[in-house]
Design a protein around this ligand. Structure first.
Ligand code: HEM
Length: 170
């Protein structure tokens, strides 16, 4: 592995943590912002609230999620953590992505059906986010062994498959 890439691990980790902090904070803020999409307010206020959630989702929360995932993917290879706790963590990250898409879907429907679409009760997405983020943090900070789980051999051994092209050595 290239030396300078290894020494950049703290940088990738800082980027990862900055990205996921903004991502999770945004996922908590958006359902609370969506709650204020009340068609009873004046059209001008409604337009301001709607563009607020739209811009927060597209310009802040989604880019932060992309940065967190890209930096996290680099960390898998740089830190060589091909271990069960990481796979368990990725399961909860996948659920977090589903909630991210759900919130985005609600923002789009509010724009396309103004006054008709009612956003979800904020407690639902907020509970889902906490039920994903807390196990992720527990897994990543305690890095449990999971050695007691018996995995089948085909999951633990290289299968000898070859890429259909030559990989230049770094
Ligand atoms: C696809 C998404 C993600 C991937 C691929 C990923 C992968 C990784 C990897 C490989 C590490 C380094 C572990 C080590 O150095 O031993 C890491 C660190 C970390 N991740 Fe993620 N992660 C992702 C998303 C998240 C999310 C959503 C959270 C929190 C809600 C999170 C929280 C953390 C924290 C707190 C650390 C620092 C842990 C430490 O240095 O001890 N990650 N992540």
């Amino acid at each position: 592995m290239v030396e300078w890439l290894i020494s950049a691990v703290p940088l990738f980790k800082a980027l990862h943590i900055a990205g996921l902090s903004i991502w999770c904070a945004g996922l908590i803020a958006l359902p609370l912002m969506l709650r204020h999409h009340d068609p009873a307010v004046s059209p001008e206020d409604y337009r301001i609230i709607r563009s607020g959630t739209h811009l927060t989702y597209t310009m802040v929360v989604t880019p932060a999620a992309v940065i967190a995932v890209i930096a996290g993917t680099w960390l898998i290879f740089l830190r060589e953590v091909f271990v069960p706790w990481l796979f368990a963590k990725l399961f909860f990250v996948a659920l977090l992505v589903v909630i991210h898409v759900w919130i985005g879907h609600s923002i789009v429907r509010i724009a396309e059906e103004p006054g008709e679409h009612r956003p979800p009760n904020p407690y639902l997405p907020l509970t889902g986010i906490l039920l994903c983020a807390l196990p992720i943090l527990l897994l990543v900070l305690s890095k449990p062994d999971f050695g007691w789980i018996e995995f089948p051999d085909w999951l633990l051994e290289p299968r000898g498959g070859q890429l259909p092209f030559e990989v230049p050595s770094l």
